[in-house]
Design a protein around this ligand. Structure first.
Ligand code: GLV
Length: 319
């Protein structure tokens, strides 16, 4: 039997799976585990099943000790994990790709619709109790049909978002580190372009790339200025891909028409400049937040941890 620490609440089915084979210490508090408590609890464990709110760095790996074999993140993004520090210590790091593609693409499409059709504004208006009535020019938004979606990062979530947008009549361009499956590109009628062209031609820009040094502030003042003033920016990837202060200024000054955000630079804090603006839709990091998806993510993380603990290749190693 090995010792496993789970850093936050995860679906019961995954805990049961881990408990069937190992001794499991799962943080069950309503608040996130404190750093001190986490450093204390990881001492001597063989596996850490981590949530994206916990920083898994050299200090934590050393606090765990040399017997640590695996860090299994319950997330597809792993910018909370220092992967080279894991590798140096012979610790396998894993994530949960694949299982959250549809849920996240659904949220991207929701944000596209909410921003372009001004749904947050409409909802807030009704709840405010202010008088309103149907009017020819009341809360007009913009249509999607015939417009261009620019997908930055054409992995599984980017492709699934593009597929949904195509069903709404949008044309697709994308920027990607690598070529995608030609069959998918032709099914979507998607054209690969560089970021400059994508920003210039897109009516909606949707971000789906991983976060890391190469994508820090990928979208800043200069990139926002390169977009059409009628365009929208949607971010369901990671907050720091966008310079939030620059975005707030661009939205305020009409440099772009609107935005939809599910993630933030300093989560859970939201840049104060965004909070007063009507042309931005703000969601609290709900990309993968369905019962089915969170269960699938936790089960995959459990499978990753169990595989490494039994000396096998995990289903979803990072790198
Ligand atoms: C959620 O943000 C994830 O990376 O899984």
């Amino acid at each position: 039997m090995s010792r496993v620490v789970v850093t936050g609440r995860i679906p019961e089915a995954a805990l049961e799976k881990l408990r069937a084979e190992h001794e499991v210490d799962a943080w069950a508090g309503p608040e996130s585990i404190s750093r001190e408590e986490l450093l204390r609890r990881v001492a001597g464990v063989d596996a850490v099943v981590s949530l994206l709110t916990e920083r898994i760095d050299a200090e934590l790996l050393d606090a765990a000790g040399p017997q640590l074999k695996v860090v299994a993140n319950v997330a597809v993004g792993y910018d909370n994990i220092n992967v080279p520090a894991c590798t140096e210590r012979g610790v396998v790091a894993t994530n949960t790709p694949g299982v959250l593609i549809d849920a996240t693409a659904d949220i991207a499409l929701s944000l596209i619709l909410m921003a372009t059709r001004r749904l947050g504004e409409g909802e807030r208006l009704i709840r405010s109790g202010e008088a309103w009535k149907w009017g020819m020019f009341f809360l007009l938004g913009s249509s999607l049909k015939g417009k261009t979606l620019g997908v930055v990062g054409m992995g599984g979530i980017g492709q699934a978002t593009a597929r949904r947008a195509k069903a709404f009549g949008m044309e697709i361009v994308y920027q990607s580190r690598s070529e995608i499956d030609p069959a998918v590109a032709s099914e979507l009628g998607a054209r690969r372009v560089d970021l400059d062209e994508l920003l210039a031609v897109s009516d909606v820009v949707s971000l789906h790339c991983p976060y890391g040094p190469a994508t820090h502030h990928l979208i800043g003042a200069e990139q926002l200025a390169a977009m059409k003033d009628s365009a929208y920016l949607v971010n369901t990837a990671r907050g720091p891909i966008v310079d939030e202060a620059a975005l707030a200024a661009a939205l305020r000054d009409g440099i772009i028409a609107g935005a939809g955000l599910d993630v933030y630079e300093q989560e859970p804090t939201v840049h104060p400049g965004l909070l007063d603006l009507d042309n931005v839709v703000l969601l609290p990091h709900l990309g993968s937040a369905t019962v089915e998806t969170r269960t699938a993510m936790a089960m995959l993380a459990a499978d990753n941890a169990l595989a490494v603990l039994s000396g096998n290749q995990p289903p979803a190693p990072i790198g």
